[in-house]
Design a protein around this ligand. Structure first.
Ligand code: V47
Length: 376
């Protein structure tokens, strides 16, 4: 294989990857800067296949955003989803009953996970969030509830006058199973000051996740790339996640998120290219040696690139989704949903074996209209 490496300076990294050794900060920069993207991809694929063989995971899930009203609507310059208040054009706020109604359709069609996030709402009481979880837990006890980013949890704690730990415990008692990875953006302060000044800091985001992990609540992690960040910012982001994962082991999967500029305050920036997308997937796989899974989120990458990503480090393409608002507000041209048949076909065509999973990567077995978790 070595003779295929056109950038010979990558050879020491290649040897480290083959030996299962950790890639350093400087090597991470090199991976972002080398023109030899195929070697970066090949190295990422070594780790991907070592961890997950030929499997490519997907799930039957539904995204339901409870509200887009956000006190931070003018501060996250990359966001096209948030609205100032309920009177603003396009603002919405679901009652727990409306939320349940949306979830019911997917539930009846075999959904195993509800993913729900929203803006930092100025008024909704803490009881509202507990009720959302309780009503779903009661009506569909088998379904995994992946709710509220670390940023929302921090906001809810402040609104409720509780500590983050007390907030997490109350949410868990109401039915929370895990926390999605959003809101991380890029941790480096220089970038945060440009794209989301005043937002919860990196330390704040990591602290919510650390406390969740300590309570046994699994979480995901993300990185929003393709705007003003430079390789040192991205590598710093990945290393901070790697360090927390060394400490807690609580991250389930990592999802690199491709910035979509349309309708945002950063609409002057071009959308990401295929190579930027592939490089971020591959470098994530190489840096995050203690994460079991890297997700190529087809909604943001597009279906074609998500297929290619399965040979560049990713082992998961997310799920059926059903309804997606955040990326579509910012100009995504992907559909808002896929059928299982479509997902399976895309994965098979990429030369991988499709495996339906639950949120925690237990395999799902379907029989006689019912589904079961096979222990991982
Ligand atoms: O928190 C906002 C980002 C996140 C834009 O955990 C944008 O399984 C691109 O976190 N262009 C929400 N990205 C999505 C997210 C997610 C998605 C799928 C699965 C999981 C998971 C998590 O999207 C936000 C923010 O970081 N975002 N605006 C935009 N214009």
């Amino acid at each position: 294989m070595n003779h295929l490496i056109t950038d010979r300076s990558l050879l020491p990294i290649y040897e480290k990857v083959e030996a299962g050794e950790r890639v350093s900060f400087e090597e991470g920069i090199q991976l972002y800067e080398t023109p030899d993207i195929l070697t970066v991809g090949r190295m990422a694929n070594i780790i991907r296949e070592r961890k997950n063989g030929n499997r490519a995971y997907y799930n039957i899930n539904q995204h339901i955003d409870y509200s887009n009203v956000c006190v931070f609507h003018a501060r996250c310059h990359f966001c096209a989803f948030a609205r100032k208040n309920v009177q603003t054009d396009g603002a919405f706020e679901l009652t727990p009953e409306q939320f349940l109604e949306k979830a019911r359709f997917s539930f009846e069609n075999g959904c195993t996970e509800i993913h729900s996030v929203g803006g930092l709402h100025p008024k909704l009481p803490f009881e509202y969030y507990l009720e959302l979880l309780r009503i779903l837990r009661r009506e569909m006890p088998q379904v995994h509830l992946k709710f509220f980013t670390a940023v929302e949890i921090h906001h809810l704690a402040r609104m409720a006058g509780l500590s983050v730990r007390e907030t997490l415990i109350a949410l868990r008692e109401a039915g929370l199973d895990s926390i999605p990875g959003g809101g991380a953006e890029i941790f480096h302060e220089d970038v945060r000051a440009q794209i989301c000044p005043g937002k919860l800091s990196a330390e704040g985001w990591l602290d919510v996740m650390r406390q969740a992990h300590e309570l046994g609540i699994p979480t995901n992690a993300t990185m929003l790339y393709g705007h003003v960040e430079k390789p040192p910012h991205s590598v710093d982001h990945l290393i901070r996640l790697r360090e927390l994962q060394d400490e807690t082991g609580g991250f389930v999967t990592f999802i690199p998120l491709a910035f979509h500029p349309e309708n945002t305050r950063m609409a002057h920036l071009p959308p990401t290219t295929g190579l930027t997308d592939l490089r971020n997937i591959a470098v994530s796989r190489l840096m995050l040696d203690n994460f079991d899974h890297i997700k190529a989120y087809w909604i943001m990458l597009g279906i074609k690139l998500a297929q290619v990503s399965l040979s560049f480090g990713a082992d998961d393409i997310d799920g059926t989704v059903t309804e997606e608002k955040i990326t579509h507000a910012a100009g995504a041209v992907t559909p808002e949903a896929l059928t299982v048949e479509e997902i399976v076909r895309y994965i098979r065509e990429a030369g991988r074996e499709p495996v339906e999973r639950d949120t925690l990567y237990n395999e799902i077995i379907r029989k006689d209209g019912k589904w079961y978790r096979k222990a991982a």
